[in-house]
Design a protein around this ligand. Sequence first.
Ligand SMILES: [Zn+2]
Length: 182
Amino acid sequence: MVLGTRKRHGPVVFRAPAYSSILKDPYKRSNSVKLEFTPTFEVKEALLLFKESVSLQNDELIQRTGQVFLSLLNDIFGITAGVELSVMGKRPSRRRSDPLTGKRRIMSSVHGKYFPNKAMIALYTLTATGRRVAFKTLFNTLIHEFCHHLDYKHPTLGLSASLHTKGFYDRLNAIYAPLKDV
Ligand SMILES: [Zn+2]
């Protein structure tokens, strides 16, 4: 039997097998760490305010309420490094000419991005064609980018690269699922 570590920070529990910290391969290490999360009243309140600001279509409010929500999560997860939210307008996208019509079409676009050096999350509130992004998508993106932040900055993970492993998506879901109906 391999003894694991179980680190608790209030409503957050990280589970990692004993060999986890010696795994040099970020892919294997990412898959080895599990997470349990029970949202506090404050987190739910902060998310409700973020939701409200999205419905008001006010980017300045979205930035402020999103920052409060992220900072709260950051504290609860026991991350000493800060996290900064930067609300951007339009999503950057790659366009390519359609070979049939010759028209330029959007081939891919990003919803958000995490910058590990600055511990900064960029969130795009407009689609590449200029329409406002729905709350569910913004919320999902925020949690997704926060999970990249966790990968790099949380001492239990402390990964040199944050990859979209099954472990990553399991951690994302552990945060997303109990909050999705707020
Ligand atoms: Zn990602």
